[in-house]
Design a protein around this ligand. Structure first.
Ligand code: HEC
Length: 154
């Protein structure tokens, strides 16, 4: 009896395990990269509110958030972007256009612009509101620059 129960449980676990894996191709990768982007938006959003005067400028927080964005720009996230995980496959809930792969040298260039702009922001965001204001625009533009090329709803 015990053995049967164990077997039934294993079969159930296997069935569920397979089901969640088969639910959507590249589900984990797409979830991870969208969550990564949300983290960027969260950090940049607070900085944007400070820059616009919608939130009190806080030098330490501004520096920390800007450094987060710069650190994120330097992560090697290649594993989140497997070939074939673009929106030409209707089974995948992604806004990543095939251009993210087919235009790769251009995408790498956009990525480079983001690394550079966020580096300048990381160095300056903690040096006063006007320095934050001077350097945040280029970061926002670097996000948009890539989105225009590779993100479907932009
Ligand atoms: C190198 C290209 C690139 C750069 C740079 C980039 N993004 Fe994205 N972003 C994408 C792609 C591609 C998607 C679509 C991902 C998907 O749906 O699988 C995306 C999606 C998003 C999303 C939507 C996520 C969701 O929940 O669906 C947000 C928000 C976002 N990006 C914010 C940012 C911010 C903020 C920056 C800059 C600090 C940034 N991105 C920089 C390529 C980029």
């Amino acid at each position: 009896m015990k053995r049967i129960l164990v077997t039934v449980c294993s079969v159930l676990i296997l069935a569920f395990g397979n089901k969640s894996l088969a639910a959507e191709p590249f589900e984990a990768e797409v979830e991870a990269r969208q969550a990564f982007m949300q983290v960027l938006k969260f950090n940049l959003g607070i900085l944007g509110d400070m820059a616009k005067g919608n939130r009190e400028y806080d030098a330490k927080l501004a520096e920390a958030l800007a450094k987060n964005i710069h650190a994120a720009s330097q992560m090697n996230n290649g594993a989140m972007w497997p070939v074939g995980s673009d929106n030409s496959n209707s089974a995948i809930s992604t806004n990543a256009k095939p251009e993210a792969w087919s235009q790769y040298p251009k995408v790498a260039e956009k990525h480079g612009i983001w690394i550079e702009a966020s580096g300048a922001l990381a160095l300056n965001a903690g040096n006063g509101l006007s320095e934050l204001q001077k350097n945040i625009g280029a970061v926002g533009k670097s996000c948009q620059g890539c989105h225009k090329l590779v993100k479907a709803d932009d």
